[in-house]
Structures are given as C-alpha cells and as structure tokens.
Design a protein around this ligand. Structure first.
Ligand code: HEM
Length: 298
C-alpha cells in the first residue's frame, strides 16, 4: 500500500506553516532536505510528546518534470482566473512545504533547520504561519471546515489518490487571501450570512443558498456526487498588516479545484463568489505531493 505524506490525512493542530519556494541552486540538495524533513519531525515528536508535527512536501509541475518524473494526468500549472477587480493570480512555485502541529515554535524551528543547508539553493516566495482562530473560525468569524471530510477514512478517500502509479499522492492547491475586515464588518450578520451561504453562530446551511454565495459557488455536484476536497486552511497575519486565510487543500483529483475556482471567479456562468468582494487572493499555485515511497525514491 502506498502511504501518503503525514500532513495530509490527520486533522491539523492549532498551528501551521506554509512555505512556497523556487529552486535556484542544487536540486539534489533540495530533494535531500525534502526527504529528511520527515525524519526531523519524527525526532522532534519523540522529544516533544505533545507536538504532533506533520509535514508534506509537494512539487510544481515544471520542477517535478525537471527531475525526470512523469506528472499525474491532471496536474497543470495554476492559471490566472477572473477579470477586473476579481482576479486569482497565478504565482507558482517549485516546492511547497506544509507543516502543522500544536507548536508554533517547532514549526519555525523545523523550517529553520530545513533551510539551513539550502540558503544558496532556494528562494522563498511566501512563508506564512497560520493559527487556529476562535472555535475553528475564519477571520470573517464564520466556522471554516464544517463540510470537510471528518473520519480518517473519508479524509483519505477525498485527499489521496487511491490507485495506479501515483497512489498515495495528492493534488494540492494553495492561495493566500487577504481579507478586508473593515468592509466585512460594515455588513450586518444577515447580509454576511447571504455572502457565505451559512449561518454565522453555528454554520447551518441557509434554506435558500444564494447562487453567488461562497457555498453556492463551491458546493458543486457532478452526476449527483459532490466534488469534495480536503481543506487544511488556517487564518494568518497581524492586525496592522496583511491578514486573512491561507487556503490549502488536498484532493485525489485536480479537477475539483479547477471546477470550484472557475465557479468562484465567474468563469462557469458569469456569477462571482460574493466573498471575493471582501477577500483577495495574492498567491495561487498547484502542486503534487507524492507518496512517501515516491518522495524517497527521488
Ligand atoms: C466552505 C470560507 C476559499 C472551497 C467554506 C465555508 C466557509 C469558507 C466559512 C463554510 C463552512 C465549511 O463548510 O467549511 C472560505 C474563505 C475563503 C475560502 C474565508 C477565502 C478567503 C475557498 C476556496 C475554495 C473553497 C478558494 C476552493 C477553490 C470550499 C468548499 C467548501 C467551503 C468545497 C464546502 C462547501 C460545501 O460543501 O458546503 N469556505 N473559503 N473555499 N469552501 Fe471555502
């Protein structure tokens, strides 16, 4: 059986780190660090019993293929979507490192050790530290994750490729969103609920979900089946600087991300996700997280 990388299936701890990098130097050095991050975290978990550190390392299509590897069938580079004020930029990246745990300090420590030997070899495009906010809420104060698959079995079925050459692997999507909270808080609760498509106190789906609400855009069915994804997003930032949601999700198909993004950014039926009036993505990239065996064979 092909085993997925450790960060993917377990639920996240209270803290996470998301780093997107380009490789500018020795690829083999970089791959060696990507392989050894898992042992580093295993050692830290042995020393620090409550830490529950988990990582996954994923690769952008061009970099993956530059290693002489074939890409899984659906993997593409992220393409820019939308127009005018509502754009999802494509900012790319060769490598994504995602660590989650119960310890912000150890996320920082692990990345510092990871980078120590790579200062000449990678350029960091984005390094974002996420934290659990209130009772699993996004900074809009709405609960985020209600419809995420919950059991380990469901999470693995949604998040990980089950069969074939790429079994144990996963498609990954990352977008960093910056929220405009003053504008958001000018809406009353009823108006906010119409933007999200769920109630604010307890995340119950509205009886009549507006088509342009967030849920109305991303709750997509094909042949009667919902396009599920496994989200690992967390809020990030500081009050006086950028803050919002670091959106990250894993899936056994990239098609689910493509369909949800096209729907959010007005490319399916011209309707745009109303949430995008209050939050703008500033990064966007697709990656492939190989199984442990495939990562170790590079
Ligand atoms: C649901 C927030 C971006 C996909 C939700 C919910 C909230 C939320 C509050 C409802 C509760 C839940 O089921 O988790 C946000 C925020 C975002 C964001 C604040 C960025 C600013 C995205 C993106 C995608 C996405 C980029 C995918 C491309 C989903 C899906 C659901 C969901 C699939 C579950 C829908 C359902 O089945 O009812 N999101 N989201 N979200 N979101 Fe997002």
């Amino acid at each position: 059986m092909s085993i997925a990388q450790p960060a993917i299936v377990p639920d996240r701890g209270a803290f996470a780190l998301y780093v997107v990098m380009n490789v500018v130097g020795n690829k083999q050095n970089v791959i060696a660090q990507c392989q050894s991050i898992h042992q580093l975290l295993t050692d830290l978990n042995t020393d620090q019993q409550d830490a529950k550190l988990h990582a996954s390392v994923a690769f952008g299509k061009a970099f993956w293929e530059s290693l002489g590897q074939q890409s899984p069938a659906e993997l593409t580079e992220f393409r820019q979507l939308g127009e005018g004020e509502t754009i999802a930029p494509a900012t790319g990246g060769d490598i994504l490192l995602h660590i989650h745990s119960n310890r912000h300090d150890l996320n920082f420590y692990a990345f510092r050790v990871f980078l120590e030997k790579l200062s000449q070899d990678v350029e960091v495009l984005d390094e974002t530290y996420g934290f659990q906010y209130l009772d699993h809420r996004d900074m809009t104060d709405f609960i985020d994750g209600t419809e995420n698959p919950q059991t380990a079995e469901d999470r693995a079925n949604v998040g990980v490729i089950a069969e074939g050459e790429f079994a144990g692997g996963s498609y990954v999507m990352v977008q960093r969103y910056i929220h405009n909270l003053p504008a958001w808080h000018r809406l009353n609760v009823k108006a906010q609920e119409k933007v999200i498509g769920r109630t604010k106190p307890d995340s119950i789906e509205l009886e009549d979900v507006p088509a342009a609400s967030h849920v109305g855009r991303v709750d997509i069915k094909e042949d009667g089946k919902g396009l599920k994804i496994l989200r690992h997003s967390l809020p990030y930032g500081s009050v006086t600087s950028d803050h919002g949601l670091l959106f990250i999700a894993y899936c056994h198909r990239q098609h689910h991300f493509d369909a949800q993004l096209e729907s959010m950014f007005g490319e399916t039926d011209g309707k745009k996700d109303q949430m995008l009036r209050f939050s703008k993505p500033v990064t966007g990239a697709y990656f492939f997280a190989p199984s442990m065996a495939m990562l170790n064979s590079l």
